[in-house]
Design a protein around this ligand. Structure first.
Ligand SMILES: Nc1ncnc2c1ncn2[C@@H]1O[C@H](COP(=O)(O)OP(=O)(O)OP(=O)(O)O)[C@@H](O)[C@H]1O
Length: 258
């Protein structure tokens, strides 16, 4: 497993190789609470997420995976350090600017599908664009719907869909606006292995065929194995990374981390 500091330039904002970076963090610190109850969830993280790649974030429970994702995506305010997403300095933004960034430039998939029960699959998929009063690009909508295999389910409501289908609707909703980055937090956490496979295959296809950039937090080595690269956290620090991972090499890396 490559150590982060060996492979990538950690301090000057640019990777050592030529791959374009869609989002990065430098010296990122997040603490919760004060005094005796302070928890240092992120203890100074330098990380790059490459454009046009699926990157998985792994690590033990409590290692800071969700906190890192939330700080990168402007869902949470870092204590110190810098976060830049698609050229925008998220760390310097007001709450209002962050909300706007999330609405206009980012896509989200969570463990809970968060679909609106009264809307059809098609209406759920276009809801973020409708809220932002942005036009739906029909060709892209069709490409996304075909990629998730939901063509014959578009007029169904969430309670008429399986969990896997609902999560595929949530993925399509995250992708239909062509966001700069899709952030996915345990997207397969509620799914059986077959549905997980379908959702993961779709997230990977969204990168390979639609040119998306995806950052995914997961506990599951077989889920992380669909990524181009895995970064490992422990105790709020980035402790390693793995390119071209397989479930076996990920398990070895996790064992090495204890
Ligand atoms: N809102 C909060 N208030 C206080 N402490 C928090 C809060 N959110 C997270 N923490 C703490 O920060 C640390 C990192 O949490 P985080 O949820 O980022 O870890 P994680 O790696 O995503 O864990 P898991 O795999 O269990 O979801 C943990 O010690 C957690 O208890």
């Amino acid at each position: 497993m490559g150590r982060h500091s060996d492979d990538r330039a950690p301090t000057d904002g640019a990777p050592r190789d030529d791959r374009p970076v869609i989002a990065h963090a430098r010296a990122l610190v997040k603490t919760y609470g004060t005094g005796d109850t302070t928890v240092r969830a992120l203890a100074g993280i330098d990380v790059d997420f490459v454009r046009g790649e699926l990157t998985a974030i792994m690590g033990p429970s409590g290692s800071g995976k969700s906190t890192l994702m939330h700080c990168m995506a402007g869902l949470d305010d870092a204590t110190s350090g810098t976060v830049v997403v698609d050229g925008e300095d998220v760390s310097g933004m007001s709450e209002r600017q962050r909300t706007r960034l999330r609405r206009t430039r980012l896509g989200f998939v969570f463990q809970a599908y968060n679909l609106v029960p009264t809307l059809t699959a098609a209406e759920n998929i276009t809801l973020p664009l409708d809220i932002a009063r942005r036009a739906v690009d029909r060709d892209h909508f069709d490409a996304v719907v075909d990629a998730v295999g939901l063509r014959d389910r578009l007029h169904h409501r969430p309670n008429e869909l399986s969990g896997g289908q609902q999560q595929r609707v949530a993925c399509a909703r995250a992708l239909v606006s062509r966001p700069a980055v899709v952030f996915a937090d345990e997207p397969t956490g509620n799914l059986d292995s077959r549905s997980s496979g379908e959702v993961l295959a779709f997230l990977r296809r969204s990168v390979d065929d639609l040119g998306q950039s995806v950052v995914m937090v997961t506990h599951d080595p077989s889920a992380a194995a669909v990524a181009h690269r895995v970064v490992f956290l422990a105790d709020g620090r980035l402790v390693g990374e793995l390119a071209h991972p397989t479930a076996d090499t990920i398990l070895d890396a996790l064992r090495e981390l204890g």
